[in-house]
Design a binder for this molecule. Structure first.
Ligand SMILES: [Zn+2]
Length: 432
C-alpha cells in the first residue's frame, strides 16, 4: 500500500488566514505579531463584554482594575467560564440585541444542571466560521473538487451549511447530504458522481468504508477526507486510508468556539489552531498553566465574536502542544488530537480507548458500550459468521488491556449500530 499523495505539500492555510486577518503578507507571521493581535483583541473583547453582557459585567466587576491587560499572561488572573455557566446564564452572556442574532445552537449538556446550553451567533460571527472553513478546507481540496458533506446541513447556519458555503467560496462543489442511516446510497453517489473529497464523523465514514469493501466496489474516487465531531482512532483512520487509498485529516470543532477550531496540515501531525479568532490556554486540574509540552485542559477566549463572546471557557478537552516546529513551515504551534475529556476517576476505560482496541478487529463494523461496576456490556455489530471466535477475540483484547474490567458480556448483531450514524459524541453509558 503506497502512502497517499493527494494533499498538496504546503504551509498550513490556517496561517494564511491569520495573516489575512492581521493584514500582513503571506508567510510573514511571527509570534510577536500574533501575540500583539491577540492581546489587542482580548482587551477589545473584555471591554465589549463589560459594556454589553450582564453576566460578564458582574463576573469581571472585581477585576476592572486589571483591565485592559498589559500582557497575555495577565489573563490568568481572570475567572473561568464553565459549561454550567452557559447552561444556567447563557442568555445573560449575549452582547447584542436578539434581532442581531442569526442562529442559536442548542446543545445537550452532560453538565450538573441538566439544562441545555444555547450558543448565540450573529451573521458576522457565522461569517468568521465560513472564512476559517474555506481556508481549512483548502488544505485538502481545490476549486475542481466535488465534496461530500455528511455533517448536518439544515437548518441554515448549521455546521454542514457553513461548510458548504466555504466549499463554494473556494469554487468547489459541495454535495450537502448531511447525516444518513444507510451507507449504500451514499456510496452509490460517491461512485456515480466521482466525488473526490468528504467531510464527516469518524464512525459515520467507517460505515461507508466497511460497506464499500463488503460490496466489492473496487477503487474509490475519494482522495482526501476530513474527520470531525468526535474522536478518530488512529487504527480507524488507517483502515479508511488503506481501504480507499486517500488522505485522512482531522478537524477539531466545537460549537462554543464557533464550530471550527483547528485542522491538520498535510503532515497530519496534529492541529494548527485558529489563533486570530481564539486565544488558547492549557491548564492543569487546579486551573494553573501546564508546563510546556505537558497535557492540559483546553481553555479558550474568543477574540472576534460579538453575539456571545466567551472569556476563558473550559472545554474539558485534553490536548498538549507537540514540541518543536512543524515542518510545514508555520510559526503556529501544533496541538495533539483530542483523545481524552476530563472524566470521573472511577470509569473502567474511555470510549476512545475502546475504539483503539475494538477497531483493530477488522470484522467489527461498530459497537455500543454500557458499564456497571466492573462489568462491561458490549453490543458488537459485525457480519462475521464465526461468532464464537470473534467473541473470544474481543474478550481477550479487552480483559488484557483494562485491569478494571472484571467481566465482559458481548451481544453480537448484524449491520451497523444506530450510534454510528448519529453525530452525538459517543460515550460509554454508566449504570449505577
Ligand atoms: Zn504543519
Amino acid at each position: 500500500m503506497t502512502e497517499p499523495i493527494h494533499v498538496p505539500k504546503m504551509i498550513t492555510p490556517v496561517q494564511l488566514e491569520i495573516e489575512r486577518k492581521l493584514g500582513i503578507p503571506d508567510h510573514s507571521l511571527t509570534l510577536e505579531k500574533l501575540k500583539k493581535w491577540q492581546l489587542d483583541r482580548l482587551n477589545d473583547t473584555l471591554a465589549f463584554c463589560m459594556n454589553h453582557s450582564p453576566f460578564y459585567k458582574e463576573k469581571l466587576a472585581d477585576f476592572s482594575n486589571s483591565i485592559p491587560l498589559r500582557s497575555l499572561e495577565e489573563l490568568q488572573q481572570l475567572p473561568f467560564t464553565t459549561s454550567d455557566d452557559i447552561s444556567e446564564k447563557g442568555h445573560r452572556m449575549v452582547c447584542t440585541s436578539q434581532s442581531q442574532i442569526e442562529r442559536i445552537v442548542t446543545l445537550n449538556t452532560s453538565g450538573t444542571t441538566g439544562t441545555a446550553k444555547r450558543i448565540y451567533f450573529t451573521k458576522d460571527d457565522q461569517q468568521l466560521t465560513v472564512d476559517f472553513f474555506a481556508y481549512g478546507m483548502s488544505t485538502l481540496i481545490s476549486s475542481h473538487s466535488k465534496v461530500l458533506v455528511l455533517l448536518p446541513c439544515h437548518p441554515a447556519g448549521s455546521v454542514g451549511d457553513l461548510l458548504s458555503r466555504a466549499i463554494r467560496k473556494i469554487g468547489a462543489q459541495p454535495y450537502s447530504i448531511g447525516p444518513f442511516n444507510n451507507p449504500d446510497p451514499i456510496n452509490d453517489l460517491i461512485a456515480s458522481e466521482k466525488l473526490d473529497a468528504l467531510v464527516g464523523a469518524p464512525k459515520q465514514v467507517y460505515t461507508l468504508v466497511q460497506s464499500w469493501k463488503s460490496s466489492n466496489r473496487g477503487s474509490c474516487p475519494i482522495q482526501a477526507l476530513l474527520l470531525s465531531t468526535d474522536y478518530a482512532s488512529p487504527i480507524l483512520k488507517k483502515s479508511i486510508e488503506s481501504a480507499w487509498n486517500c488522505d485522512v485529516l482531522e478537524h477539531y470543532g466545537m460549537t462554543e468556539a464557533g464550530l471550527g477550531v483547528g485542522v491538520d496540515c498535510y503532515l497530519k501531525r496534529g492541529y494548527h489552531l485558529r489563533e486570530a479568532d481564539l486565544y488558547f490556554e492549557l491548564i492543569d486540574k487546579d486551573g494553573n498553566p501546564v508546563a510546556e509540552g505537558e497535557p492540559g485542559e483546553v481553555v479558550f477566549s474568543t477574540l472576534t465574536r460579538h453575539g456571545m463572546p466567551l472569556i476563558r471557557y473550559r472545554t474539558k478537552d485534553i490536548s498538549q502542544i507537540i514540541p518543536g516546529e512543524c515542518p510545514c513551515g508555520t510559526v503556529l504551534s501544533t496541538y495533539k488530537w483530542i483523545s481524552k475529556r476530563m472524566q470521573n476517576e472511577d470509569s473502567l476505560c474511555t470510549i476512545a480507548e475502546l475504539d483503539d482496541i475494538l477497531f483493530q478487529i477488522p470484522e467489527i463494523n461498530g459497537f455500543d458500550a454500557t458499564a456497571k461496576k466492573g462489568t462491561l456490556y458490549l453490543k458488537i455489530y459485525s457480519d462475521e459468521q464465526n461468532k464464537e471466535e470473534l467473541k473470544i477475540k474481543i474478550s481477550e483484547s479487552i480483559l488484557n488491556t483494562f485491569p478494571g474490567v472484571n467481566k465482559i458480556e458481548i451481544e453480537l448483531l448484524a449491520g451497523f449500530p444506530s450510534s454510528a450514524f448519529s453525530l452525538q459524541k459517543k460515550k460509554i453509558e454508566y449504570i449505577s
